[in-house]
Write a protein that binds this ligand. Structure first.
Ligand SMILES: *[C@@H]1O[C@H](CO)[C@@H](O)[C@H](O)[C@H]1NC(C)=O
Ligand SMILES: *[C@@H]1O[C@H](CO)[C@@H](O)[C@H](O)[C@H]1NC(C)=O
Ligand SMILES: *[C@@H]1O[C@H](CO)[C@@H](O)[C@H](O)[C@H]1NC(C)=O
Ligand SMILES: *[C@@H]1O[C@H](CO)[C@@H](O)[C@H](O)[C@H]1NC(C)=O
Length: 494
């Protein structure tokens, strides 16, 4: 007798009950199962016309356009018009049904996200010939910043720089007092002395939001009127941070008082995290749309010339989790002159544990090293799941670093660890590089960064993917530890 899995029994029972054709391939099995438990679901509708099909036509169009805002505008205008034409019928249908919950049209992926859709609605949308599939909206878990008890801190202050000064109160912050060893370690202050401190560069961060009241990040906010903040969840005007993760990460990129690598850069931020510390994939898509062509906080009046030069992304889907939605966004993101850094994951030391999309060829995947330039054992190791790519690409020191704590007034700084914090350090270095030469392409930033590293020690017996520890790059530290001074020296004058 054949064994029928329990989930399938539910699906079969449900299909009989609701009249979805069992062979309806438009509606995903996961969504069918969701409707067994709930009357409504948050769903995402994908259309047959894929944005990737028109990208080469768009790049022909933008070839002769010289200003970056103009290029980005053509890209977004064309994709928006593709989305508009595919989405006419569905929007009409939703209007007819007086559907009141939230509906978002996503142009970067040609999708529509609908909160609280009923099975009846989903079934009628599935009947539209232009619809490719309907899925349940997926969320993936945020890796929390690890808070370590300061007393357990095995890291000695390096070269007499104070790693953490317990007697500092909120009122007494000075550059010297919060000098981050990580910033010192990658030689960023030497680059500031050369005149590159992020001035004139805008950086973006997609995360849990920003706690605007934190002094380390307050002054360098673009401002809501300047399109510095977008929150697909609440659509609020003032930046907020749900978990503290975003503020902690941003501090390493642009923080004042010696905490961040590019302290004079301006930042803009987008929240894609829900109240359960989970990244909602449709909000991630909205955040990338906002970054490519920034809008006001209601999502209107886009102005693509305000796009940041680098976007730091301290999140990843763990091995085995679907990252397909990233593949779609990636095709569009590589058409821009924005640089993208992603955290490679905190799930090593086993091989083949890299997260997506930091393990995509197109992006810079960042791993974690210590104050002594050692591979940190829980930093995810390569190769990528196909076995073809060496990952991570590069590392940054963020093991027990001083980090902006989000509850200002309670604790100004904290000691934390993780590739979440390593990633914005690399993002900050890129901000310095594009200040020196704004014309650097994605390819040349990678080439220069990877060729400007310090070697790290790997105290792990296991070799991952045939790349011995003394071979550079290898699957534990990539090309090595990022170094701001070497990188800036290798950046050609524009
Ligand atoms: C810690 O900060 C206090 C107040 O700013 C200062 O007086 C003290 O010297 C600092 N301690 C160290 C070890 O730097
Ligand atoms: C877009 O933003 C830039 C500043 O980055 C500003 O100079 C320009 O006037 C804005 N364009 C419009 C149409 O508002
Ligand atoms: C890596 O792990 C995934 C499962 O997470 C597996 O499908 C894949 O084949 C593995 N790749 C290599 C190169 O071992
Ligand atoms: C790497 O940098 C060195 C100088 O530090 C330079 O001579 C070499 O050409 C660079 N290689 C690449 C591939 O950029």
């Amino acid at each position: 007798m054949n064994f029928i899995p329990f989930d399938l029994v539910i699906v079969i029972a449900l299909l009989q009950f609701t009249n979805i054709q069992p062979n309806n391939e438009v509606i995903s099995d996961q969504l069918k199962i969701a409707f067994e438990k709930e009357k409504t679901a948050d769903v995402i509708v994908t259309f047959k016309l894929r944005p990737s099909e028109i990208l080469s036509k768009i790049s022909q169009q933008t070839k002769s356009v010289t200003d970056r805002g103009g290029k980005l505008r053509i890209l977004s205008d064309e994709l928006e018009s593709l989305a508009k034409s595919s989405q006419v019928n569905i929007l009409k249908k939703l209007k007819e049904k007086n559907f009141a919950s939230r509906i978002r049209s996503l142009w970067i992926t040609n999708q529509v996200s609908i909160d609280g859709a009923s099975l009846d609605l989903v079934t009628s949308i599935a009947a539209l010939t232009e619809v490719l599939k309907i899925d349940k909206i997926y969320s993936f878990k945020l890796e929390p910043v690890q808070d370590k008890n300061k007393d357990d801190n095995p890291v000695e202050p390096h070269n007499n720089k104070v790693a953490y000064n317990d007697s500092i109160s909120d009122k007494e912050i000075t550059q010297a007092s919060v000098y981050s060893w990580a910033v010192w370690k990658i030689q960023a202050p030497k680059v500031w002395e050369m005149g590159y401190d992020g001035q004139g560069v805008v950086v973006g961060i997609i995360d849990s939001g920003i706690s605007l009241t934190h002094e380390v990040v307050y002054d360098s906010f673009m401002g809501t009127d300047e399109y510095g903040w977008f929150d697909p969840n609440k659509m609020g005007e003032v930046p907020r941070d749900i978990t503290g993760h975003g503020t902690a990460c941003l501090g390493h990129m642009t923080g004042k008082y010696g905490m961040g690598v590019a302290p004079n850069a301006k930042w803009m931020a987008c929240n894609c995290v829900d109240n359960g510390w989970r990244y909602r994939t449709d909000w991630v898509v909205e955040c990338f749309q906002f970054m490519l062509c920034p809008t006001d906080h209601m999502g209107n009046n886009k102005n693509c010339s305000r796009a940041p030069r680098v976007i730091s992304n301290s999140y990843y889907t763990v091995p085995g989790e679907s990252s397909e939605f990233f593949r779609e966004i990636t095709k569009v993101l590589v058409e821009t002159d924005i640089h993208y850094v992603f955290c490679i994951g905190n799930v090593g030391s086993a091989c083949n544990t890299t997260g997506s999309p930091g393990n995509f060829e197109e992006f810079i995947g960042v791993g974690l090293t210590t104050i002594y330039d050692e591979y940190q054992t829980f930093s995810s190791a390569g190769p990528d799941p196909t076995g073809k790519l060496i990952k991570p690409d590069i590392c940054a020191p963020a093991h027990m670093v001083m980090t902006a704590h989000y509850e200002f007034g309670n604790d100004f700084i904290d000691i934390a660890t993780g590739c979440s914090l390593a990633t914005p350090i690399v993002g900050g270095v890129i901000a310095l590089m594009v200040q020196k030469n704004p014309k650097l392409s994605q390819g040349s930033v990678k080439k220069i960064l990877f060729n400007s590293t310090t070697l790290a020690v790997i105290d792990e017996p296991k070799i991952c993917g045939d790349t011995p520890h003394d071979q550079i790059p290898n699957n534990r530290i990539g090309w090595g530890v990022v170094n701001a001074l070497k990188a800036i020296r290798n950046v050609p004058e524009p």
